[in-house]
Design a protein around this ligand. Sequence first.
Ligand code: NAD
Length: 249
Amino acid sequence: MQRLQGRVAVITGAGSGIGLATARRFAEEGAHVVCVDLDEPSGSSAAAEVGGLFVKADVTSESDVIRMYQTAFDTYGSVDIAFNNAGISPPDDDSILETGLDAWRRVQEVNLTSVYLCCKYAIPYMQRQGKGSIINTASFVAVMGSATSQISYTASKGGVLAMSRELGVQFAREGIRVNALCPGPVNTPLLRELFAKDPERAQRRLVHIPVGRFAEASEIAAAVAFLASDDASFITGSEFLVDGGISGA
Ligand code: NAD
């Protein structure tokens, strides 16, 4: 399928997991892919693999975010798709009684403020084109909470969801669609690290997934490619769940 032929897509967190799988999928569908990551080896290897461009950037830095879109525009002439996906999981116990203010702030900064910055600086390019698709990575926990006590993470993803709805509604008449992607647990380094620290947590999670397994990153990428494409032309401001049935159980 070549639904994204010639479109310019900027993907944050493209060096690993969901971002990497989406870079591959976008390239297969004909897009010019700009792979953004803080981690140079993985980001540049992703870009080389998909024949795209690597931009080393920290998505919490306003000047870096401005520069990554400018680089995409200077190289390919437009910014059609922004997949704002980079995110972190809290390093330690993230229950409200244990999470310190610094850890809380760091998670909001990387997971939520970054999305604010990435939307703020992508939208003007899309306004000039009269068209664009923004997909922000939230999580199923934003919709239903988490039985595994992740207060700063869940709150950050709830913010991403609310912001995506707000922007989807606000910019709909300008041809810019904004959707929140809400994956269930996905087999990526982020999840594997979390579960390596707490194997029981993995088991608890698995029990609650109706399809009985974690998602592969390529299954999430397929949904992102759909949302990015004109096949999703009537979908904006949505919470797009790709969660193996968790939220319905
Ligand atoms: P991952 O750890 O495999 O990849 C995240 C990438 O983001 C890494 O390459 C990392 O270097 C990059 N990154 C981190 N901080 C950055 C920064 N400040 N600037 C630029 N790049 C940065 O993670 P993943 O599992 O692919 O997760 C991707 C997104 O999906 C995250 O927002 C995560 O919260 C969300 N998510 C993941 C799951 C899951 O189960 N894996 C479920 C729901 C939502």
